[in-house]
Design a protein around this ligand. Sequence first.
Ligand code: ZN
Length: 253
Amino acid sequence: MKSIGLKKLVSFLDSELSLSEFPKDESVNGLQVEGRERVGKVGIAVDACEDTFERAKERGVDFLFVHHGLIWGGLTSVRGVTRKRIKALLDSGISLYACHLPLDWHPRYGNNAELLRVLSLRKMGEFGEYHGKRIGYWGRTDALTPMSVFVRLVDKTLKVRSWYVDFRRRVHNVGVVSGGGWSAIHDAEELGIDTFLTGEPSHSAYHLAKEMKVNLIFAGHYATETLGVKAVGEMLKKKLGLAVEFIDHPTGL
Ligand SMILES: [Zn+2]
């Protein structure tokens, strides 16, 4: 099995994932918890949590790559759940690396670029401003598609049952923002988006979508954010020859 020094792997990821593009992310992107000096096996997961850490330990992971890390807006104390989580990592020697907004946005490995790819949408442009930068994309279907057909495609591809509202019949220009990206609906009208796909359902989006006549699809926060970490996992296998395992822990939300 191939292995790599922790420092080398961290600087490779920092640059490959363009972390410097998002200096204002509330997530601390990059290495959050330092573990063993050498990395043989990489675990990838959506969430940093007790369950994921236990599974990573069982599977002999040295380095865990996640979308939602442990440190948001800095660390103010190490107690309660935070203490337990950090202790679990330090005791097992597993490093934790988080990549939040850069992984939503990334043109090659990002959740939103991947959503376009798996749904066969032709990328047309950026979409969905968040903290001053567009982190999503909008793309086009090959032909005008009935909403019911498009929702079936989303559900089959992501293995979910989406919650959706059909305010227009046909799907053609689709705006995509993974996770809790509902507020991107504000950009839909200006860009001529007819269908907006995001993760978590939002009550606030309903009337805006209705008045803009934009179809809404909520395919789940978790399900829309497994794609980016998986793409990074594939890249680590291919470029560095490391062993990579996806630690799946769907929340159903
Ligand atoms: Zn998220």
